[in-house]
Design a protein around this ligand. Structure first.
Ligand code: IDP
Ligand code: MG
Length: 153
């Protein structure tokens, strides 16, 4: 069995929650075979969101992005499995939903970049930073996915 402990941070943004996409987005990761390690609904502070999007400070859309992310609850999750960071980005689709392939979450459910319904870490390094930023260690559940033998060779 290959290395399956890679983790990524996936969030359903306020537009995804408002549009009733929580179950659908979770199902995409569940059905692919990834393991849900942590999940919570949160209304983070402006400061928390600014640190999350630290690399985008200075972009013209930054303030609008933070305002939008503050406009309602977010469902924050950690998913685990082989290549989950890169595969998670693929499941989400391109940042601009007009460029997202049909079949991806953004390609199926979004049109505008500023309302692209979900977030996913862009590298293993970002994932580590984001997981530590959104979750305490005791919120990350340590358990065996019994289906593992059916998912990995
Ligand atoms: P990502 O979410 O695909 O990683 P990033 O470039 O990290 O994309 O941007 C973070 C978020 O900022 C995007 O998901 C999107 O909601 C928003 N964003 C990025 N570029 C623009 C833009 O040009 N206009 C409006 N919002 C943007
Ligand atoms: Mg990003």
């Amino acid at each position: 069995m290959s290395d399956t402990v890679e983790r990524t941070f996936i969030a359903i943004k306020p537009d995804g929650v408002q549009r009733g996409l929580v179950a659908k987005i979770i199902a995409v990761f569940e059905q692919r075979g990834y393991k849900l390690v942590a999940i919570k609904m949160v209304c983070p502070s402006r400061e928390h969101l600014e640190v999350h999007y630290d690399d985008l400070r200075g972009k013209p859309f930054f303030q609008g992005l933070i305002e939008f992310m503050k406009s309602g609850p977010i469902v924050a999750m950690v998913w685990e499995g082989l290549d989950v960071v890169r595969q998670g980005r693929k499941l989400l689709g391109a940042t601009n939903p007009l460029e997202s392939e049909p079949g991806t979450i953004r390609g199926n459910f979004a049109i505008d970049t500023g309302r692209n319904v979900c977030h996913g870490s862009d590298s293993v390094k970002s994932a580590k930073r984001e997981i530590a930023h959104w979750f305490n260690n005791d919120e990350l559940c340590d358990y065996t996915l019994e289906l593992k033998k059916s998912i990995y060779e």
